[in-house]
Design a protein around this ligand. Sequence first.
Ligand SMILES: C[S@@+](CC[C@H](N)C(=O)[O-])C[C@H]1O[C@@H](n2cnc3c(N)ncnc32)[C@H](O)[C@@H]1O
Length: 303
Amino acid sequence: MAGEASSWLFSPPVYVAVASVVLAAMYKRAKSCPVDRRVVKKRSDGETEVSANDQYLAEWKDHLRAGTPAWYKGSSEYWNDQEDDFLDTVFQGEADLNEPDIEGSNLFLDELKKCTELTGELKYGYALDCGAGIGRVTKDVLLPRFKCVDLVEPCERLLEDAKSFVESDRVKNFWKRPCQMFEPEDLKYDLVWNQWVLQYLTDQHLVEWLVRCKNTLRPSGVLIVKENVADAHDFNEEDNSVTRTDEQYRKCFEDADMNVVFQMPQPNWPDDRTPLMMYALQGERCEETDDESESESDNSDNW
Ligand SMILES: C[S@@+](CC[C@H](N)C(=O)[O-])C[C@H]1O[C@@H](n2cnc3c(N)ncnc32)[C@H](O)[C@@H]1O
C-alpha cells in the first residue's frame, strides 16, 4: 500500500503539477519584487558594490535630463505592446490588489473632503484622470463622485478600451496625449488625479506638468498624486520609469510652488510591494468671491 502511494507520488503528472505550482509562485514573486541587480566595481582600495540601477540611470542621465523622445519611447513601447490583461499588468500579476487600491483612494478622498479648514471646500464638479489607462480610477473613484470626468492617456489602444470600460456619457473627453505635451485649460477642474504616471516623467517635465495642473485647478481644487515612493531612487529599464523618494517628490512639489495639504500611505498594501503614497496638493489658495461661485454654477450646466 505504502509502495503504491509513493509510486503515485513520484509519477510524471504529479511532478509536472508540483513543478508548475512552484514555477508560478517563483515567477509571481520575481515580478512583484524590485529587481536587485548588483554589479561589482573594482577599486584600488578594494571592491565596492554598485547598484546596476545606478549604472542604467547614469547611462540614461542625459536623455532623462533633456527629456528626449528616446526616454519616452521606452514607456510608450511598453504600454503599446502589452498583451496581458490591463489589471494584471498594472498590478504585476496580482490583479486582486485592485480592490485595496480603489478602497484606499476612496478613503483618501473621503478624508480629504473633511479637511475643508485646510483646503477649502472640495467640489465634486469636474475631474481629470491623467495617464488614465483604461479608466480604472475614473470608473470606481471619480465617476461615483464627480459630475464629469476627462481622461488623458497617450496609448491609443488603452484609450479605445477606456471608452467601453467606463461606459458613461459623463466622461466628456478622451484626450490622446502624454502629460508632458498636454496643456489643460486654466481653471477647468476641481480635481486632477495622477496615479502611477508621474513615474514616467523627467524631473523637469514633472515640475512643468505640476505647474500646468496647478493652473487648471479651480479655487479650492486639488491635485492628487498617488505614486510608489521608495527609500532610494530607483530606475526600471523595463518601462523607463523612475521610483522617487518622498524627499524627491517634495522637492518637485516645492519647485512647482505647490503645498502638500493632506497625505496618507495606501492602507492594506503588501509588505513586499514598494510603498504607495497619496498626496493632495494645492497652489496658493485663492479666496472665492461671490462672482466666482456664481460663474462656477453657471458653467456646471455646460459640462
Ligand atoms: C501603471 S499604468 C496606470 C494607469 C492608471 N493611472 C491606473 O492607475 O489604473 C500607467 C499608465 O500611464 C500611461 N503613460 C505612460 N507614460 C505617460 C506619459 N508620459 N503621460 C501620460 N501617461 C503616460 C501608460 O500608457 C499607462 O496607461
